[in-house]
Structure formats: C-alpha cells, structure tokens
Design a binder for this molecule. Structure first.
Ligand code: ADP
Ligand code: MG
Length: 239
C-alpha cells in the first residue's frame, strides 16, 4: 500500500531520515517505533506529502508521490499528527466536519458519517459542541481520529496518539484504538516510542534509530533475535 525506496531527508545538515527502504502492507497495522528524534514523525510527514524528501521515491496505492500528485493522494490518507492538531477555536464538530464541508459533502451525508464515527470511537454526541480545551486528552484524540476518518480514507496514519495521556486514559484509549483498527481493516501506520505498545497494536513492527531502519519484525523477533546491540538496549529499556 505504501512503498519507500532509499528515502532521505536532511534538516540543516543533519540526515534525520537516512536511506529508508520500506514496504507497508495493506489492510493491517504496522507500528513505527524508535527513540525520540529518530525520524519517525518526519517519515510519516513525507508519506503524507507534507514534507518533501531530498532523495528517494515514495509510492502510495501504486501512485508515485510528487508535489503534483500529493494533494490527490492525501485524500487516501487520514493523518493524526503528534498532539492531535485540532483547531482550538473550533468545536469538536467543526473540527471533524471541516474537510467534508470543504469537499462539498451535503449535510445529510456528513451527519450519517459522523454518527458512524461517534459509535466507532465511543465519543459522546453531547460533547461535539465543546472546544478542544474543554475535552479530556482521550476525547481530544478521539476527535482527531474522527477528523482523520471522516472522508473514509484507505490509509490511517497516527503519530504517537497515546503520547501525552495519563495512565488510565491511556490504557482505555489503547484498548479502543486496537478494537477500532481491527474493525476498520484499513492500512494503519501507528507511531510510538514504546515497544510493548507497538506489539499491542501491530504484528509488524519497524524500529528506527538515527534516521535508519534497524530491524523489522514481530514483537518476539526484537526480544529473541535482536539485529544489533541497540535493539537489545531498546528492548531492555522499553519492556
Ligand atoms: P521523532 O518523531 O522520531 O521524535 P522527528 O522526525 O520529529 O523524530 O525528528 C527527527 C530530527 O529532525 C530531530 O532531531 C528534529 O529536531 C529534527 N527536525 C524535525 N523536523 C524538523 C524541521 N522542520 N526543521 C528542522 N529540524 C527538524
Ligand atoms: Mg515524533
């Protein structure tokens, strides 16, 4: 569903994504993990077409991602940025419906889709008129997820959705997200810095360090067959 070939990106002389070649399979979840600063968010942003690679090629649904094709391909992708990225001056409802309005969906169609998403994310309808600051962290992430799914994209990309939450809300949202991914049966890419969390969400885990892919596999592979010393240290710190 997504293919990267020798993709690199530099910021101010630092190679934050370094020669990444990666295939992401359709209709299942893949977790992208690695320590802070390893290039996970930059990689996601390039897949979504918001950041342009310096080198290499990206294909989404068999289409080459270029500055020209990016806008069209973005319609295939629902993207939840780190921290959710909700507009603080818009209610939850307006945040969710914004894109569907711009795309010209009639009110009935938006209402029907919103109803589906409320059920999927277990978000209370009465909270739709609240502003992001009036919601809990878990509710804000649910709103961000509904916004990403509103146009029913083929691919869902989430950047550290559990990042800033306290433990109870985190556990609750983690369970719900896993159930949602299973129900959606879409291509999901979820970024986290926690190996156990990655194993919870995805069979396939891709570990990055300093812009490079260090190892790919199942949770057990990282524990039983670490590809290098860094993996052993990462597993010890994370599990
Ligand atoms: P991660 O998501 O794994 O924590 P990021 O992709 O956010 O890592 O960042 C990787 C490195 O690139 C970091 O050192 C970060 O400071 C740097 N970086 C990310 N985005 C930019 C940017 N727009 N301009 C300059 N440096 C950036
Ligand atoms: Mg990040």
């Amino acid at each position: 569903m997504i293919r990267l070939e020798h993709v690199s990106k530099c910021f101010g002389g630092a190679r934050v994504v370094d020669d990444v070649t990666l295939t992401i399979e359709p209709a299942r979840a893949t977790a992208l993990i690695g320590p802070s600063g390893s290039g996970k968010s930059t990689l996601l942003s390039m897949i979504v077409g918001l950041t342009t690679p310096d080198d290499g090629e990206i294909e989404v649904a068999r289409h080459l991602l270029t500055p020209l094709s990016a806008e069209k391909l973005r319609r295939l992708m629902g993207y939840v940025i780190q921290e959710g990225g909700l507009f603080p001056h818009l209610t939850a409802r307006r945040n969710i419906e914004l894109m569907a309005r711009e795309t010209g969906w009639p009110a009935e169609r938006r209402a029907a889709r919103l109803e589906e998403l409320l059920q999927l994310t277990r978000f209370p309808a009465e909270a739709l008129e609240r502003f992001p600051a009036e919601l809990s962290g878990g509710q804000r992430q649910r709103v961000a997820l509904m916004r990403a799914l509103m146009l029913d994209p083929e691919i869902l990309l989430m950047d550290e959705p559990l990042g800033a939450l306290d433990p109870l809300i985190r556990a609750d949202l983690q369970d719900d997200l896993a159930a949602i991914f299973a129900r959606l049966r879409k291509t999901v890419v979820i970024v986290t810095h926690d190996l156990a969390e990655a194993g919870f969400f995805a069979e396939r885990i891709v570990l990055m360090n300093r812009g490079r892919i260090v190892q790919q596999g199942r949770f057990a592979d990282f524990v039983e067959r670490p590809a290098e010393e860094f993996v052993t240290r990462f597993v010890r710190a994370g599990v």
